[in-house]
Write a new protein. Structure first.
Length: 544
């Protein structure tokens, strides 16, 4: 009996140890995690920030939901027992969700709960903690986003997590982002100067505006900040020079992009104005018709064959050319041919016609903007250095040059092109040689209007499709034609690119409106010196 009694006493003494050994690790971890979450309900903002760091250090995926709720103002404590819950709105009451298990724990009125508040410092700590939690996420996109979050927060507490993530990272792009985030965090830590100087070299290699802002903050620390501030100052100067060079390249590319848009809008006008001398104020409405043709084609494809949407522009281009060209021929045969030699009446008649076409479109499609989608091969952007170039703009540059090349081939290497050039240079002589000038006028007007129609297809990809679409480009088109030289395609190309680039270099200093005014003034002054533009047509009738 004595032996049995002793065995019982030993068993009772060892029972707590056995229970501890037999407790599942996940349950013990959950208890620790729950204890940390409950600590968020007590103490001030500084104490909560420390708890946030401790939660992030656990690396548990469940912490993200808690921190996101705290950041979003959805973390409350129940007044009766001080328990912490994530809440969701449920009418007049709030649904309580256990922060660890994620299971619902009933509902409670708002008066029975107290929100756990945060300040700006605590928000920064939460953002940094959320960033470090996702540094080891299986999804590379999430790891990259986490690295960027740490880079912006510059939280030195994330250095240990960053070192672990860098050692395990296999994706080159994500690893570079992690190293940049580590460099940013090092600069705001107690690391030695030598490490900070190496971190500055990493940021100089990054070379964007975020890195520049970080280095300028260090450079502004004063002359007494030591070698780190001096290196930061010199690195910031290098980045500023590189960014200035990239900015110049960006203005040129954006100017070429704008110039390609102006070229598409003006090239048809250059033909009609050059051959017939007609000031066609309805030219912008031909652009508008092309844009609405694209909208109509896409609507039909969406309803009948959505799998063909990526090919919608290939259907819209020939249709826009034919519709706008047919309308152009009808305008020339019905109105313009009766007004040759009377420029003021032609201007007024085409201006009135433009109003009629705009109102017709409003009556059919309504006055509001219409959505025209981008095919998948025109969506997205291309990043080159510090430049971000959208694919739709790049495709429009290619398209405008292609249209220009095809039109040049037509005018230089076809019988019709020969007749157009003959009528342009000397109408009377061309007529006496048997060229039917009236037919050439009609076809040329149709060609110019058709090109305006396919310009509308391109513009629908970068601008709002509305009844006023053409009005935004008609004045610029006339400026391009007059500046480049009336009827000269090469002049139109050079004029469009020159005006596009000039606008983009002026806009940062003067604004968009004042920049256009200055360009107009410069063109007026230029025309005073060269009335026929950059490339004047030659011919007896023209020179006379």
């Amino acid at each position: 009996m004595i032996v049995i009694r002793r065995f019982q006493l030993i068993a009772l003494a060892l029972l707590p140890l056995v229970a501890l050994v037999l407790t599942p690790p996940s349950a013990a971890h959950a208890d620790t995690l729950d204890a940390l979450v409950q600590k968020l309900a007590s103490g001030g903002f500084s104490a909560r920030a420390k708890v946030v760091d401790e939660l992030a250090a656990t690396g548990d995926e469940r912490v993200s939901a808690v921190l996101e709720a705290l950041q979003g103002g959805d973390l409350f404590t129940r007044k009766s027992d001080k328990r912490v819950f994530i809440t969701r709105s449920a009418g007049d009451e709030l649904t309580l969700v256990d922060p660890i298990s994620g299971q619902q724990a009933g509902t409670a009125p708002k008066s029975a709960l107290k929100k756990i508040r945060v300040n700006n410092r605590l928000r920064r700590a939460i953002r940094a903690a959320l960033g470090s939690l996702t540094l080891l996420n299986p999804d590379p996109a999430k790891r990259l986003a986490a690295a960027e979050a740490v880079f912006k927060s510059r939280d030195a507490n994330a250095l240990a997590a960053l070192d672990t993530a860098i050692a395990k990272e296999t994706n080159a792009g994500v690893k570079r982002a992690l190293e940049e985030a580590r460099a940013a965090a090092l600069l705001y830590s107690d690391a030695p100067e030598t490490e900070k100087i190496r971190a500055i070299a990493v940021l100089q290699t990054r070379g964007d505006r975020d890195a520049l802002a970080l280095l300028l903050g260090l450079a502004g620390a004063g002359k007494d900040a030591g070698a780190v501030a001096e290196v930061a100052t010199s690195s910031a100067a290098v980045i500023e020079r590189n960014l200035a060079a990239w900015n110049t390249v960006q203005n040129i590319i954006y100017g070429v992009s704008l110039g390609s848009v102006l070229l598409l809008a003006a090239i048809g006008l250059a033909i009609t104005f050059g051959v017939m001398g007609v000031i066609n104020m309805a030219h912008g409405e031909m652009v508008m018709l092309g844009a609405y043709t694209t909208f109509t084609v896409q609507e039909i494809i969406r309803l009948s064959a959505p799998e063909l949407f990526d090919y919608s522009l290939f259907f819209a281009l020939p249709l826009a050319f034919m519709i706008a060209g047919a309308v152009g021929i009808a305008i020339e045969r019905g109105i313009i041919r009766w007004l040759y030699g009377r420029p003021l009446e032609t201007l007024l008649a085409t201006w009135g016609l433009s109003l009629i076409l705009q109102q017709a479109i409003r009556s059919i499609y309504g006055p509001t903007n219409r959505e025209v989608g981008n095919p998948s091969w025109m969506a997205g952007s291309l990043e080159v250095g510090s430049l971000t170039l959208t694919y739709n703009r790049l495709w429009i540059i290619v398209f405008s040059i292609a249209v220009f090349a095809v039109l040049l081939l037509i005018l230089k290497h076809t019988r019709f092109g020969l007749q157009v050039r003959a009528v342009t240079q000397n109408r009377e002589m061309a007529g006496s040689m048997g060229i039917r000038t009236g037919r050439v006028d009609a076809l040329t007007f149709g060609l110019g209007s058709g090109i305006a129609g396919i310009a509308g297809v391109a513009l629908s990809q970068i601008d709002n499709v509305s009844p006023n679409l053409g009005q935004a480009y008609i004045i610029d088109s006339f400026m391009v034609v007059v500046f480049g030289g009336v009827g000269n395609l090469w002049g139109t190309l050079v004029g469009a690119m020159t005006l596009g680039i000039a606008n983009k270099f002026l806009e940062p200093f003067t604004g968009a409106v004042l920049g256009k005014i200055l360009v107009l003034v410069m063109i007026i002054l230029f025309i005073q010196k060269r009335p026929r533009g950059l490339f004047a047509l030659k011919g007896r009738a023209v020179e006379a």
